[in-house]
Design a protein around this ligand. Structure first.
Ligand SMILES: C[S@@+](CC[C@H](N)C(=O)[O-])C[C@H]1O[C@@H](n2cnc3c(N)ncnc32)[C@H](O)[C@@H]1O
Length: 272
């Protein structure tokens, strides 16, 4: 932690900020690529101003650092060259005003109130303004496992799981709601990063073939399903059985059943 650039900037900030020790390596991993660049960085949750100064040192003077907070006290940091917006991150009208005034954003970091409603409304509303190659980062996502932040059924981490479903629905053979903004999601302890890339997220998924020489290899993927493979091999080895009309069709449901139950007793422990 001590050697990370974000921790050094945090320690150098003259105003108070409190952050978890595990966050600094994650910040360096996610944000180092933007250092010294002309970016627009938005942090939700200003509190004592300490993190605004930390980000200014970390990103450099070219970065436009913007703070959002419900507490009007945060407005005073405008005197230090930061842009400050006062309002609630769960107020869609307020967020629309922020988006209109700020314009495209490279990075949004949500360190606000940490309720599921705040985290999800913020993500859904601000993703639209993140540029391609940019990211929206939500921190303190451990609140999804704690009481007092909303109904667990609608926790932020459950939302992330549904978001992953939306990304996988882009696969051509699966239907369901999709997302065409987020190309990948990175999950760290207490931090989730949504990486925006509209072109990559809108690409049509289709089978490709490199046109190489066919050596006649058979796909054995169902052959480790014991019941099915035993039946199939027995059937294939018997001329009598192969001559019984319709028997082949009876083997098919066995294949489906054995695939369904495949290994579930061994893997169920990973779902507890
Ligand atoms: C954890 S503190 C931010 C700490 C700061 N980022 C730092 O590292 O020093 C959370 C801040 O979010 C603000 N906040 C809470 N609910 C909010 C909401 N609904 N909209 C905007 N800001 C909110 C609080 O006023 C508080 O200043």
């Amino acid at each position: 932690m001590e050697h990370t650039l974000s921790y050094i900037a945090y320690k150098n900030s003259q105003y108070r900020s409190i952050k978890h020790s595990t966050y600094f390596e994650t910040y360096d991993e996610l944000f180092s690529r933007y250092r010294g660049k002309k970016i627009t960085f938005v942090e939700i949750g200003v509190l004592g101003g300490g993190s605004l100064f930390m980000w200014r040192e970390f990103f450099g003077d070219q970065a436009r650092i913007i703070g959002i907070d419900l507490n009007p006290n945060a407005k005073k940091w405008e005197e230090e060259g930061f842009e400050i917006f006062i309002g609630s991150q769960s107020d869609e009208k307020f967020l629309a005003d922020v988006k209109r005034i700020v314009g495209p954003m490279d990075v949004v970091l949500d360190d606000g109130g940490h309720t599921y409603e705040q985290q999800i409304v913020t993500t859904e509303n601000l993703l639209a303004n993140i540029v391609d190659g940019g990211m929206l980062v939500v921190e303190d996502t451990h609140t999804s496992y704690m009481p007092g932040f909303g109904r667990k059924k609608f926790s932020f981490m459950r939302y992330v799981a549904r978001f992953i479903d939306r990304m996988n629905h882009r696969f051509s053979k699966i239907s369901g709601p999709t997302d065409e903004r987020v190309w990948s999601i990175q999950v760290f302890e207490s931090i989730v990063a949504f990486h925006v890339n509209r072109a990559a997220s809108s690409r049509v998924s289709a089978v490709t073939d490199n046109g190489g020489v066919q050596d006649g290899a058979i796909d054995f993927r169902h052959d480790d399903t014991s019941v099915y493979s035993k039946l199939k091999n027995f059937y294939l080895g018997s001329t009598t059985l192969k001559n019984i009309p319709g028997l082949k069709n009876l083997i098919r449901p066995v294949k489906r059943l054995s695939t369904l139950s495949k290994g579930s007793s061994r893997i169920s422990k990973y779902f507890k």
